[in-house]
Design a binder for this molecule. Structure first.
Ligand code: ZN
Length: 435
């Protein structure tokens, strides 16, 4: 008898323990995750809900949107037994208004807790709905552009943006907000963009709405010169050894030359693009850019160069600066006030210095024999930053001078021209400051 009672007690104990275990095994509701979980939304912004309950199973979900007094049910769903994970796309009601809104999510599992009701978890997510693109008001009036040259546009935006500026071809030129609140965008009509391309002023807000601003402009087309450059064995044997380490597979100086021209050149251009991002949001200078004194122009901006070796054309590249030659190792003045954003060796440019003048505008001084400045130095207009040389891809001692806007080379001649600078750049900045 005693043994039977003992067994019975044990049995009851196990039954109670088992029930308690099942009851208390899972006392927390499903895990709720919403992506994104905050920020700005447009009517078509995707929202994804992920529910998960590993210990029990999912039973149901309810998604309710609150905006002001309004409550809208976005989703109500029961899950079949055995569901442990669910992914739901939440679609916003297109009739909502712009402004703040809250999304409330209630999810239930199939646990025994709460007398079989299961566990409920809830989560609140707050967003701002914004379906209106930024309005762009163009402030500057005349935009006279030369193919391969620069232009400046000033504008006002109706709301904060994440990105604004000029798009043309595959290029983007960012605008910079000034202390007045208005924006300035310095841009190029790039030499490599067809003359019938249209520059577009764009602005994208935090929700991703994109606004377009119209503006008048006039483009002066320009035919670029063609130039033939004979490549001699003397040049190859003198200049190519400095690049040999980059192309150890190349067996002849000519092979190195072609690698440098076709592979290193675009890499160096990409580097200019990167350096172009290191720019001040405003300018500190108000005078024209200096040209190296007493130096002859040896090559123009935009010259299309055919490289010939033993009477045959072996390559073609566009020359994207101006070559200035005077005496060997001539001092090189900074063309305007700026900050040193590069000082060192850069492939085809050899030893070079780049100065930042703000708004994406930078100048490049290449093939130097000596560099007299260091990274982050602030230099004055006319300050000597180095001496000319023939480092990199240079046949003889000269200065390759380049003007670059947000990584895109433009014709330097405009920047040396006091009238052009006054009419196209400085007067527009003055107008903006007087507003
Ligand atoms: Zn050059």
């Amino acid at each position: 008898m005693k043994a039977i009672r003992k067994l019975l007690t044990l049995f009851i104990f196990i039954a109670i323990a088992g029930t308690l275990y099942l009851y208390f095994r899972d006392t927390s509701g499903p895990d709720i995750q919403l992506t994104p979980q905050a920020g700005f939304l447009r009517h078509d912004s995707p929202l994804q809900l992920q529910l998960q309950d590993q210990s029990s199973q999912l039973k149901s979900v309810q998604v309710v949107l609150h905006q002001g007094e309004q409550q809208i049910s976005l989703l109500k769903k029961d899950y079949p037994e055995g569901t442990t994970v669910a992914l739901e796309d939440i679609i916003l009601d297109p009739l909502l208004q712009d402004g703040p809104l809250t999304i409330e999510i209630l999810a239930r599992d199939r646990a025994y807790y709460h007398f079989g009701e299961g566990n409920q978890s809830s989560a609140l997510f707050t967003f701002t709905r914004d379906c209106r693109p930024p309005m762009i008001s163009v402030l500057s009036t005349a935009h006279n552009l030369n193919q391969g040259g620069a232009g400046l546009i000033t504008y006002r935006l109706s709301e904060p943006v994440t990105r604004s500026g000029i798009e043309i071809g595959n290029h983007f030129f960012p605008g910079f907000q000034q202390s007045s609140g208005d924006y300035v965008c310095l841009f190029a009509f790039p030499y490599d963009v067809p003359a019938d391309s249209v520059p577009r002023l764009v602005a994208t807000d935090e929700a991703g709405n994109r606004g377009l601003g119209g503006f008048y402009y006039h483009l002066n087309r320009r035919a670029f010169r063609r130039d033939r450059i004979g490549i001699s064995d003397g040049f190859l044997n003198t200049k190519m050894p400095q690049f040999q380490h980059l192309y150890p597979q190349a067996t002849t100086p000519l092979e190195i030359f072609l690698k440098v021209n076709r592979e290193l050149r675009p890499q160096n251009r990409a580097r200019l693009q990167e350096i172009g991002l290191q720019t001040a949001p405003s300018i500190r200078w108000d005078s024209s850019f200096l040209r190296q004194p007493n130096a002859a122009n040896r090559a123009q901006f935009g010259d299309v160069r055919s490289y010939e070796y033993q009477g045959k054309k072996i390559d073609e590249q566009t020359h994207l600066g101006i070559d200035l030659a005077s005496t060997a190792q001539a001092p090189v003045p900074a063309s305007n006030e700026g900050a040193v954003v590069f000082a060192g060796f850069m492939g085809i440019y050899g030893n070079c210095v780049m100065l930042d003048h703000g708004l994406g505008l930078q100048t490049l001084y290449a093939h130097l024999s000596r560099i007299d400045v260091a990274m982050d130095d602030l230099v004055q207009r006319g300050q000597i930053i180095g001496t000319t040389g023939a480092t990199g891809m240079a046949g003889g001692d000269h200065l390759h001078f380049g003007v670059i806007i947000s990584g895109v080379p433009v014709n330097p001649v405009e920047w040396w021209d006091r009238n052009w600078l006054q009419n196209n750049i400085l007067s527009k900045l003055d107008e903006l400051n007087q507003r």
